[in-house]
Design a protein. Structure first.
Length: 445
């Protein structure tokens, strides 16, 4: 049962939820948009679209109906596990290619929502942990390049860029060491703002573009062109969607316990469907695939305010921000070095999440070690040397040119070879997710 709170408190806590996820929300379009060549007004538009889509996705989960929506206080944003695949897809096929892959991934999640609990045993921690590690590892070079000032930048690796980048990273570390609760939750956002202010004093930020940006603008579907569909891109984004569903299950169960609101398989199916719809919204507006933000779970636990009205306020606030072009214009002023310092910590956390998942693996079994070794090795190897399979047929290259796809398929196939049918006990989605609940609670408390 939801507790009634004063409107003022609901509003302030909703804004607090928005601030907790804002830094993570705007970093994704900055990284992906920059990687595919968007600049100026186009990049600002992508940020505005992303913020509005995050808000719509959040409202989809809050709206519990007969078809979708789990009705828990969930905030939605783009998962960082999607960043590396989107960069790879974007460099090959542009924003329309990313859009097409996201649309199909949304359909895949919708289709799988009904029977996902029955096939989750094909994605045990040894597979999911390996995939998340591969994604995190492939993201680190992106952060390092930005920390130096950006690929091809005239002052790449200059003292001022390194000072800014590592200064932001140091501030994030210090805030996580000396603060708890909400201040720790928004350490990324505070560090980015502080880094940008320092950069302004160093003469690296020009606010003239903000003055020329409008105060209000509607967003429209397919702002960057009609979607294009490519099999390798679709496979990569569908893998991201499946991994997100597994992580989302843990969030559902964590919030169920925190909010004293029991959920069953049907409730989780509705949640998965809302996530599929959220991904479709992302594809429709040339934005990103959306999933639950775990940092907001920690905020619910900390404030003990369990009503979804708080996240509804957060969702509406994100939509409003997305309709204000000046917000996007301010965001693109953040120097590359500042972004690099922040994302080094954030992308490193993706790797740490993979390691955390692998902590549930039985390392006494040589087969599990081999699954991790081969999948990470293949994924990283193909990423470092993408021309390795250049002489193979095109159909084969669809599966081998992308390190995340090849590494993920290696983990999945080796798990089928070594583990499926070998053990009478099968790890259920509930058991797997309850372990995630315990880890989430321990991390956020």
């Amino acid at each position: 049962m939801e507790t009634t709170h004063k409107p003022g408190k609901i509003f302030s806590l909703g804004i607090q939820h928005m601030l907790a996820m804002y830094g993570g929300a705007v970093i994704v379009p900055l990284i992906v948009g920059g990687a595919v060549g968007l600049k100026g007004a186009e990049l600002a538009l992508l940020i505005s679209i992303d913020l509005a889509a995050c808000g719509i996705a959040t409202l989809l989960q809050a709206w519990k109906n007969r078809f979708s929506g789990i009705g828990l206080p969930i905030v939605m944003g783009c998962t960082f596990t999607a960043v590396s695949p989107m960069i790879v897809i974007g460099k090959s096929y542009g924003m329309p290619g990313i859009c097409g892959a996201i649309l199909v991934a949304g359909l895949v999640v919708l289709v799988m929502s009904t029977f996902f609990g029955k096939i989750v045993t094909l994605f045990p921690p040894v597979v999911v942990g390996s995939v998340v590690m591969i994604i995190g590892i492939t993201l680190i070079p992106v952060a390092i390049n930005n920390l130096g000032g950006g690929v091809g930048a005239k002052g790449f690796g200059s003292a001022q860029n390194l000072l800014l980048g590592f200064g932001v990273l140091l501030l994030i570390i210090l805030m996580n060491r000396f603060f708890k609760g909400f201040m720790q939750t928004i350490s990324i956002l505070v560090s980015i703002i502080a880094g940008t202010i320092v950069a302004w004093f160093m003469g690296l930020v020009d606010f003239s573009s903000v003055g020329s940006a409008g105060w209000f603008s509607l967003i429209s579907p397919f702002s960057f062109g009609l979607p294009t569909f490519h099999l390798d891109a679709i496979i990569a984004m569908s893998i991201v969607g499946i991994v997100s569903m597994i992580e989302t299950t843990g969030v559902y169960l964590a919030l169920s316990e925190i909010c004293d609101q029991p959920i069953n398989d049907k409730d989780m199916q509705h949640g998965y469907r809302a996530e599929g719809l959220a991904i479709l919204v992302g594809g429709l507006f040339n934005a990103f695939p959306y999933t639950t933000f775990s940092q907001n779970v920690g905020l619910v636990q900390m404030t003990r305010v369990k009503t979804r009205a708080v996240t509804i306020v957060c969702g509406i606030s994100l939509i409003v921000l997305g309709l204000i072009p000046k917000i996007g214009a301010v965001t693109i002023l953040i120097p590359n070095a500042v972004i690099g310092g922040a994302t080094l910590a954030m992308f490193g956390m993706v790797i740490a999440s993979g390691v955390q998942m692998l902590g549930r693996v039985d390392f006494k079994r040589q087969e599990n070690l081999l699954i991790i070794a081969c999948s990470v090795g293949v994924g990283l190897g193909v990423t470092v040397q993408p021309e390795l399979f250049a002489k193979f047929p095109t159909l084969v290259q669809i599966l081998t040119n992308n390190g995340i796809v090849s590494g993920s398929l290696t983990a999945l196939i080796l798990n089928l070879v070594f583990n499926v049918g070998r053990h009478p006990e099968k790890e259920s989605v509930t058991k797997l997710s309850k372990q995630m609940v315990a880890e989430t609670s321990a991390t956020k408390s």
